[in-house]
Design a protein around this ligand. Sequence first.
Ligand SMILES: Cc1ncc(COP(=O)(O)O)c(C=O)c1O
Ligand SMILES: N[C@@H](CCOP(=O)(O)O)C(=O)O
Length: 539
Amino acid sequence: MANGSPSETHTESQIFLSTRGGDYGLSFETVVLKGLAQDGGLFLPHQIPSASQWESWKDLSYPELAYQVMSLYISDSEVPAADLKELINRSYSTFRAKEVTPLVHLQDDLYLLELFHGPSYSFKDCALQFLGNLFEYFLVRKNQGKEGKDRYHLTVVGATSGDTGSAAIQGLRGKKDVTVTILHPKGRVSPIQEAQMTTCADDNVFNLAVKGTFDDCQDIVKALFNDPETNSQLSLGAVNSINFSRILAQIVYYFYSYFSLARQSSTFKVGDKVRFVVPTGNFGDILAGYFAKRMGLPIDKLVIATNENDILDRFWKTGRYEKKAAIGQDAEGGLEVDGVKAHEDGVKETLSPAMDILVSSNFERLLWFLAYEFAAAVGMDEEFNRKQAGQEVAAWLKDLKNKGGFGPVYKDVMENARRSFESERVSDSQTLETIKAFYDKVGYVLDPHTAVGITAAVHSVERAEKGLPHISLSTAHPAKFAGAVELALNGKEGFNFQNVLPQEFVELEKLERRVTDVENDWKAVKDLVKQQVDKELGA
Ligand SMILES: Cc1ncc(COP(=O)(O)O)c(C=O)c1O
Ligand SMILES: N[C@@H](CCOP(=O)(O)O)C(=O)O
């Protein structure tokens, strides 16, 4: 099936809808290529599949396990099994670690899941290596026998606070029939992240430095998708976690690390419960954990760890989801929010900049499940519940846009959210203390985002049932965030930043940069993207 409409061979978990109720009954291919729904919503499968055989996956390699998970969401009639296996094998062959995502025992009940062994050194590679190959697969199929202007050209636009951008570039550089434009907030990504993105010399890669925040970049991307003229002229594609395939690929490592734990621990058996702790910004990574839980993996709780940009933590504490940025001045006349140094737009400047986000886009997907289950409790049929959920989510998101927030949500909705998740906000000083403490105790160098997770994990171990294992996600290599790591560890006996610095990062510094500055204005970005595509296509 190449035209994108589901056939009778699709199960309910292989057909997709929009969180805002507008689209329904879409195929995986359509969802991957479109990225964002026409009504502005995000795509979700009609149902989360139950993986009744999940325990039998325990000895599978990472790619074998990925196939088992992904084939529940991708019909064989869209991507035949042999093709899907080949795509998966190729995607994970680029990782430096044989296990793809190794699990490290830190102390007692605390384990660290290293997700940074892919080409760009962050967890984003786990999904974007796959998505890059998947785009290519669909494009080759669509373009068979076509020449010149008849070929389908995908214009990928992505927003990044640093890591998605470099991983997307690694996943798409040099691929035929795709151009990729990455928007990053000017001056707000780490020097290595900036170098990783802007030194890419492939003709199909463009970088725009936006005068604004990550949220501005994300809003520009959504505005482009929501503009029917731009979308139809350019055939836009998404690499952010608004693209459902990103979430799908990330489900895999929840299962894989669970089985790694069972192999490593003498007391933990398949079937026992575990907690996952996830440094969280856009809510994509932890949402994948929620899918794993719903598929049957015995997850006790998913712990959200935010930095000082804590919209999610506040939601779990109060039931209100609000941007809330009462900007004040500190003693030196600088800007602050809640006593933390901030930008003029209210985003707090933290040591974990990839999570400096005011609004978490994937939270909309969780809201859909919460709204659906609230409606289902009344006992109406599936279709009615879906409609209700779509309407509720659309209303919440409208209030977020127009009034800066919504809530408090119904008590039952909140209780449901609290059954699966706990949350904690971690300050910069705690982040630094954690980096120091784990270097002193076990000689491990944590990146600041991972340290946000580990701080919350240590607290969760203290309050959870004794002996409950915790897997905390390590989302980036420490060398990407020299500033925070050196701040915490410089002067410590035996510490030398050069020892954690991969040679390829040293080489990056010498390469020429290619980046264009642009105002925080979606129309200005649209014009630049069009120029780039025209140039690339020789129009
Ligand atoms: C290093 C790092 N850690 C954590 C996160 C947060 O992940 P998510 O946005 O999926 O919540 C990000 C950005 O997404 C990141 O780049
Ligand atoms: N932290 C991210 C922000 C974008 O998130 P995404 O998961 O939605 O792509 C980044 O590094 O760019």
